[in-house]
Design a binder for this molecule. Structure first.
Ligand code: RIB
Ligand code: CA
Length: 325
């Protein structure tokens, strides 16, 4: 049987900034994956910029998946406003010159594209590395996508494992805080979700040596990542005094490819959608019998609690090395 028949169909749902681009290239060069659509949303930059970034990266690296523009804003309240230009630059890609791609976004939007792609593929996963607005909107269009999708692997949230808490408030992670209501809709739906939060992404950190190795091994992809991550490394240096960045979004791709690198618990997840803890992700616990009924009847998610960080970094390097061959 030809190798292509074994490939796993995946939608990449993204607010594509620097670490999202690293994750997109990870998915693209993974031999077992076929990217069947790229859906964009606001987040690291405006949806106009993230869509341009997706098109530019797709064009530069001959990623054949169509790009669908998605949400320009959240379904409900969000924490904060504007875009994190101090982390991802004005264009969301560390201010590197991307130019205007000749590729164009499709005429249908991301939510409709998700619904259509679910119908076209017998087996389909989503790797969601921005907030969950597009997926919640797709569920509103057609709730049966919950049964049609195999799973959604989400980079988002923070549950407090290994001492890791929020990155945009003491309890909230940026993707979930950008649309807490959408996240709560997705976690409360029948979709099989896996949550790759700060609990594990803050354990998987890379520095300049990792980037130099990529630049040496991964051809044009490695050189692109070196250029784009310069701004990102400088931001993290301003926070901690060290050139060390979490490999956030690529951890969701790693979970899809090698779930054995992660430890998980299976629990229902809810998201706080207002007040001082807006954006906080909270999972339930079987041990207790709670007075609150808010987690009753919510399907269980796989929540990542620990990770083989060296294994994820090795998997990233060895997969990207295929780009240099
Ligand atoms: O909190 C980390 C997440 O926020 C990542 O997906 C990053 O790209 C930003 O969107
Ligand atoms: Ca992201």
């Amino acid at each position: 049987m030809p190798a292509a028949e074994h490939k796993r169909a995946v939608i990449f749902d993204t607010d594509i900034g620097i670490d999202d681009a690293m994750a997109l290239l990870f998915l693209h060069y993974a031999p077992t994956i076929e990217i069947v659509g790229i859906t964009t949303r606001f987040g690291n930059a405006s949806v106009e910029n993230t869509t341009n970034n997706a098109l530019a990266v797709a064009e530069k690296f001959s990623i054949s998946a169509a790009v669908y523009k998605g949400a320009a804003g959240p379904l409900g309240n969000r924490l904060g406003e504007g875009f994190p230009t101090h982390v991802h630059g004005e264009n969301g890609m560390g201010n590197i010159e991307l130019g205007k791609p000749s590729l164009q976004a499709e005429s249908i939007d991301a939510a409709h594209a998700i619904v259509n792609l679910c119908k076209q593929h017998e087996s389909l996963s989503i790797v969601a590395v921005g907030g969950l607005t597009n997926i919640a909107a797709a569920l509103a269009l057609d709730a049966s996508i919950a049964q049609q999708l195999d799973d959604v692997v989400i980079m988002g949230g923070a549950f407090g494992y290994s001492g890791h808490r929020g990155n945009v408030s003491p309890v909230a992670e940026a993707n979930i805080a950008s649309d807490p209501l959408a996240a709560d809709i997705v976690f409360s739906s029948e979709i099989q979700t896996s949550v790759v939060g700060l609990d594990v992404t803050h354990e998987v950190v890379f520095g300049k040596d990792f980037i130099q190795e990529l630049a040496a091994r991964a051809g044009e992809a490695g050189r692109f990542i070196r250029e784009a991550t310069d701004y990102y490394l400088n931001f993290y240096h301003s926070l901690s005094g060290e050139y060390q960045c979490p490999l956030h979004d690529s951890c969701a791709v790693a979970f899809l490819l090698r779930p054995d690198l992660f430890t998980t618990v299976q629990q229902p997840v809810r998201v706080v959608s207002e007040g001082i803890a807006i954006g906080q992700t909270i999972h339930s616990n079987d041990i207790r019998r709670y007075v609150s009924e808010e987690w009753d009847g919510i399907p269980k998610s796989n929540v990542c609690t620990a990770v083989d960080a060296a294994g994820v970094l090795d998997l990233y390097q060895s997969t990207l090395a295929l780009a240099g061959e």
